[in-house]
Design a protein around this ligand. Structure first.
Ligand code: DAK
Length: 270
């Protein structure tokens, strides 16, 4: 079992809690908590999220994480005040991407539960997650062009892959805010819920995943993500290797045996 003190750790910019799901793995909830700054993402905050997700990856009791903000703001972008005085060399030396790269490589699923503003880096953080569940009044956007820059944490790539060139180009070049319904229809979101239900719905989604065998979930996530950066041929090859690999797990034996015996599987998580 991994180190579990991360759940009650003291953080400056986030709140971390755990929800026990009866009969299955737990959900780790990370709440971005910088109310005075619309949850703007500073370097320290991103480091805190990265360290919690890394610890959750090693925690045998954790199945899935949810990142949320407040009803008013998931995150209104990277912290503009932190970047305002930096020149090219300084921003390069800060290695602001380190935590983003850690989050990108997390093995267990991460769901973004978005309400209010998800702008700039906030939208990019949501897109870095495996799924986005949003409230009806959530507002997405990549307004960096209004600041004389462009998205810096994957926005031009992930938004384009999710919604297509025509819409991504228009959203990024105008910097306009986009409603949850438009983003849902465009393919960015997994779910849109009433404002008072979005977090519950994201937690239910997380719980459903927590009830599945960890290795199969992780390799399914890895295989889906592979589709974004390879050819169909190598993607299918990659999927096949993971498929073969899962045949040596206890959970494959249990899952198929339980089906044949007409009972619920008892996952061994290995
Ligand atoms: N950064 C810092 N402070 C922010 C902020 C932000 N992104 N967004 C809001 N705040 C602060 C405001 O300055 C204000 O602080 P005080 O003046 O009270 O001290 C407080 O939060 C409340 O905001 P407002 O008074 O503006 O609230 P409103 O309701 O009037 O407006 C708003 C809400 C979200 C429409 C507005 O705050 C806004 O337009 N915010 C900026 C949105 C934006 O431009 N976002 C993109 C930022 S650039 C990278 C990774 C990521 C990025 C870059 C690099 N690397 C890893 C290298 C990403 C870049 C960005 O995201």
């Amino acid at each position: 079992m991994g180190e579990r003190t991360y759940i009650n750790g003291s953080y400056k910019n986030i709140l971390v809690s755990e929800t026990e799901n009866a009969g299955c793995l737990n959900t780790i909830l990370i709440r971005i908590n910088r109310p005075d700054a619309m949850n703007a993402l500073n370097i320290e905050l991103m480091g805190e999220i990265a360290s919690v997700l890394t610890a959750a990856d090693k925690d045998d009791k954790a199945g899935c994480s949810v990142i949320t903000g407040s009803d008013k703001a998931f995150a209104a972008g990277a912290d503009i005040k932190e970047m305002a005085d930096a020149n090219s060399a300084e921003i390069y030396e800060r290695e602001m991407f380190a935590s983003w790269d850690v989050i990108r490589k997390v093995k267990k699923p991460v769901i973004a539960a978005v309400s209010g503003y998800a702008l700039g880096g906030g939208c990019e953080l949501a897109m870095l997650c495996d799924m986005i569940a949003a409230s009806e009044s959530a507002k997405f956007g990549q307004p960096e062009v209004n600041l004389g820059v462009i998205p810096g944490a994957g926005g031009t790539q992930r938004l384009t892959r999710a919604v297509g060139k025509a819409r991504a180009m228009e959203i990024i070049l105008t910097g306009r805010m986009v409603s949850a319904y438009e983003m849902f229809e465009a393919g960015l979101l997994t779910k849109v819920s009433p404002d008072d239900k979005y977090l519950d719905d994201a937690m239910s989604l997380a719980k459903a995943i927590c009830g599945k065998p960890t290795l199969a979930v992780q390799l399914a996530k890895e295989s889906v993500l592979k589709a974004f950066d390879t050819t169909i041929e190598s993607g299918i090859e990659f999927e096949r290797k993971n498929f073969y690999f899962l045949f040596s797990t206890e959970d494959k034996k249990e899952g198929m045996k339980a089906f044949v015996e007409k009972r619920k599987p008892e996952w061994k998580q290995r």
